[in-house]
Design a protein around this ligand. Structure first.
Ligand code: ATP
Ligand code: MG
Length: 394
């Protein structure tokens, strides 16, 4: 079946009053952005609280669905046949051929759900539904009517055009990106942080990202993997400005001056500080990490408290209560998993102690950090100034 138009369903309940316009306008432009990646010409329109995508040229259905199902705010996509109003007989004929084409196997129960946005139509909704239902029954002896729990609900909407649709492909839900400000994702090459970014973007938040690498201890390939992950997340969130920070000097300095069981925690504190610097510079309202309570030594509640202590912006940890398998499931769903599990070292694995502290004491950590006094400010400044910026496009 060759659909020319799609009804886009979105979560109307969540948006009331003035916000509705912002929600709808942002959704419309995010759909347009997503369609830029699809070959073909499309028109997106808003009409009386409805949104439509119309294909103006040939296109690939799978490719189009792939793009539309990644736009946050979209709850469902209904492939639609759009007809001009040419009287009941023409409509009945069109509906019969719709059923003929859309359902190869006709062994199903159905009902027709007719609605008139235009009240000057010569039949009431009930009359129209009954009359169309009869035509379908006449045409296909295998189908049965079930008005309570039909397997197929054929929607017929009389508007300026007549819309016919009966299937809905689920969208990702959430809020359109751009309706909720911007946040800085600490993006590593692991499984968790791309999922964390996805989840916050799902609430309408634009993303920027910061990655810390430690060449030559971490390779070009490890860096490329993070860029690839940013591109994967960008399919949902839109383009991500990625700051790539050379962390080698700082890591070596911490390694040289601080007790080794505190390395990870101290390192994490400096990462947060540098990421926060970039965040504030570009107007981000928070930081995002992929941390989850108890997953590793640096993610116990005491460790999280000590890491958090250096931040003045809120830190969003959307995975905080998730088990690893739940995170893996989402990673898989968003197509990040295969990339995340590529076996390239990340900068934390090289400098980890055999027995890292699980209950760090803030006083003791701060005392250790005094050993860094001499050069750390200057090193952080250098790390910030020499950061490489990459725009990760989907
Ligand atoms: P992930 O799977 O996201 O790498 P993880 O389970 O390996 O997480 P940690 O290494 O403790 O956990 O990192 C916790 C969080 O800190 C990450 O989710 C990420 O947000 C951030 N982070 C860790 N390493 C880096 C890095 N090299 N660059 C940027 N952010 C990082
Ligand atoms: Mg990691």
């Amino acid at each position: 079946m060759n659909y020319q138009a799609f009804l886009i369903k979105y979560g109307e309940i969540a948006v009331k009053g003035k916000n509705r316009h912002i929600f709808e306008d942002t959704l419309l432009s995010q759909i347009q952005n997503a369609l830029r990646r699809v070959e073909g010409e499309f028109h997106v329109s808003k009409e009386n609280g409805r949104m439509y995508v119309e294909a103006l040229s040939a296109y690939d259905y799978e490719e189009l669905m792939d793009a539309l199902t990644k736009v946050f705010g979209v709850v469902g996509i209904c492939p639609m046949v759009r007809l001009e109003d040419e009287g009941f007989d023409a409509l009945a004929e069109a509906i019969v051929s719709y059923v003929e084409e859309a359902y190869e196997d006709k062994h199903f129960t159905f009902k027709v759900n007719a609605r008139r946005a235009r009240k000057n139509y010569p039949m009431t909704s009930m009359e129209l539904a009954a009359a169309l239902g009869e035509k379908i029954l006449d045409a296909f002896p295998e189908v049965r009517v079930d008005v309570h729990k039909p397997q197929v609900c054929i929607n017929v909407e009389i508007r300026s055009h007549i819309n016919v649709y009966s299937t809905e492909i689920p969208g990702p839900g959430g809020m359109p990106v751009g309706t909720a400000g911007k946040a800085m994702l600490l993006l590593s090459g692991g499984i968790d942080s791309p999922v964390a970014g996805y989840m916050i973007a799902k609430r309408g938040v634009r993303l920027e990202a910061t990655y810390f690498h430690a060449p030559p201890y971490t390779s070009e390939r490890a860096k490329q993997k993070v860029i690839d992950l940013a591109k994967i997340v960008a399919r949902y969130s839109g383009p991500i400005k990625l700051n790539i920070v050379n962390f080698t000097e700082i890591q070596l300095y911490i390694y040289e001056k601080c007790p080794h069981d505190q390395l990870t925690i101290i390192m994490r504190r400096y990462m947060m500080m540098i990421a926060e610097h970039f965040a504030k510079e570009s107007g981000c309202l928070g930081l995002i990490t992929g941390e989850s309570i108890g997953q590793v030594a640096s993610q116990t509640m005491p460790s999280l408290a000590v890491t958090n202590e250096v931040c003045t912006l809120p830190v969003y940890r959307p995975l905080i209560g998730f088990d690893k398998q739940e995170i893996v499931d989402i990673s898989y769903k968003i197509d990040a998993y295969e990339t995340s599990i590529l076996p390239f070292e990340d900068c934390c694995t090289i400098f980890v102690a055999k027995h890292p502290v699980t209950k760090p004491n803030l006083k003791s950590i701060k005392k250790s950090e005094t050993h860094l006094q001499e050069k750390i400010e200057e090193m952080m400044q250098t790390a910030i100034e020499t950061a490489e910026v990459i725009y990760a496009e989907p």
